[in-house]
Each structure stands twice: as C-alpha cells, then as structure tokens.
Design a protein around this ligand. Sequence first.
Ligand SMILES: CC(C)c1onc(-c2c(Cl)cccc2Cl)c1COc1ccc(-c2ccc3[nH]c(C(=O)O)cc3c2)cc1
Length: 232
Amino acid sequence: EKVEITKEQQALVKSIVDAYNRHQIPQDVTKKLLQEQYSAEENFLLLTEMATNQVQVLVEFTKNIPGFLSLDREDQIALLKGSAVEAMFLRSAQVLSKRMPNGYKEVLKERVRNSGMSEEFMTPMFNFYKSIDELQMVQEEQALLTAVTILTPDRPYVKDYQAVERLQETMLVVLRKLCVLQHPQDPQYFARLLGRLTELRTLNHYHAEMLTSWRMNDQKFTPLLCEIWDVQ
Ligand SMILES: CC(C)c1onc(-c2c(Cl)cccc2Cl)c1COc1ccc(-c2ccc3[nH]c(C(=O)O)cc3c2)cc1
C-alpha cells in the first residue's frame, strides 16, 4: 500500500532526531578513551565514566520525547531505570558501528574486553554489536528505536501501562513507515529491528549478572549509576 508520513509524524521524527543528536557525551570525555593508559582498573574507571555520562545524555534525550513529561512522574523514573541498560547498549552499539576515525571503536572494544568483564557476557554483547552494525540504521531509525525502547510499558513498577503503551505505539507506527520507505527492498527490515529489542532484553539479564559479580569484587560505581541500577 502507498505508505506516507503525515505532517505531525514528520514533526515527531524531527524533534526526536534533534534531541538524539543534541545530547552527546562531551568530546573531552570520549577522547579520554584514546588517551588514558591501559589497565583493567583504568578501563573499568573509564567505562564507568562513559556510562555515567551516557545516563545523563539518556535522561536529556528522554525528556525530549513528545509526551514523556506528561506521564506520571514515578512512571517516568520507572521507565528510565528499566530501559537504561538497553538504551546504553543501543547507543554504544551505534557508536561502534559508525565509521569511526582514528581507531576509536577498536580502542573502546579493547577497553571493554580488558575491564574485568566475564567472557560469558562479552560474547552476547559483541554479537549484539555485530547485529546492530549489519542493520546499518539511519539516524531516524536509531533515534526512534531508542525512544521505543524507553517507552516499553512492561517495565517494573510502571503504574499507567496504557499511557506508556499509547506513546510507544505512536513511535512504532512512525518507525514502521520509515523502515518501509527507507528499505523498500527489504520488507522484513522493521521486523528485524524489533527482533533487536528482544535481543536487548536478554542482554539486560546478562548485565544484571555482571553487576552482581562486579559488586562481589567490590567494584565502585558513581552515585548516578548506583541510583539507576539500584546498587549499593
Ligand atoms: C559501569 C560500566 C563499567 C558499565 O557497566 N555496564 C556497561 C555497559 C556495557 Cl560494558 C555495554 C553496554 C551497556 C552498558 Cl551500560 C558499562 C559501560 O557502559 C558504556 C560504555 C561506553 C559507552 C559509550 C562509549 C563511547 C561513546 N561515544 C558516544 C558518542 O555519542 O559519541 C557515546 C558513547 C557511549 C556507553 C556506556
């Protein structure tokens, strides 16, 4: 059928993509990934700093999702806490799949590999990064997929399930149209994007286990990460 995006859907996409691009980790932070020395401790510290900055970027992006701030305040918190790891996986995956200058992505991968993480977590993580890379998403798809992930209604402690579902539905309708228009030769593209969200859920589980093992080794996190991940 003839798929076309309405005026208000175009406005929605524009506001989400602008928010997605406006909030980035500051260059002086990301360039530390290239400069600091290599050791498991230093790598863990850097990744903790990146994750902390990433959460701040995530909060700012989320506040710009049309309708999010009109949700119940406690539900806003529940959505952020429930989606933080998945949204950060998406964002770091998109960073790693971008054509990076001066070996940046190799450096990031190297630091992740040598940060005291268990192999059982690395494999699914790097498989996910590879599967995101293969999709070669345009920025509209990346921004909308991140918004869809954040607006997942079945997170713990969400009270007004319907309100969140309505918002997510609005995003999914636009994302599906974008996929049809952007990838006419691949009618399954939208379905493959949604398949990544399922894969993200399994990564949540691995991440929770990794957090536990880090805590056993008395690894320190920042106050913001402790708050969003309910640790310490
Ligand atoms: C607390 C630390 C050790 C941690 O725990 N889990 C994860 C963890 C891990 Cl490994 C994997 C996936 C998710 C988490 Cl949440 C992490 C590290 O998390 C991140 C690591 C890197 C980045 C990152 C790196 C470079 C970047 N450039 C840009 C940019 O916009 O230019 C964004 C960006 C983000 C984000 C989160």
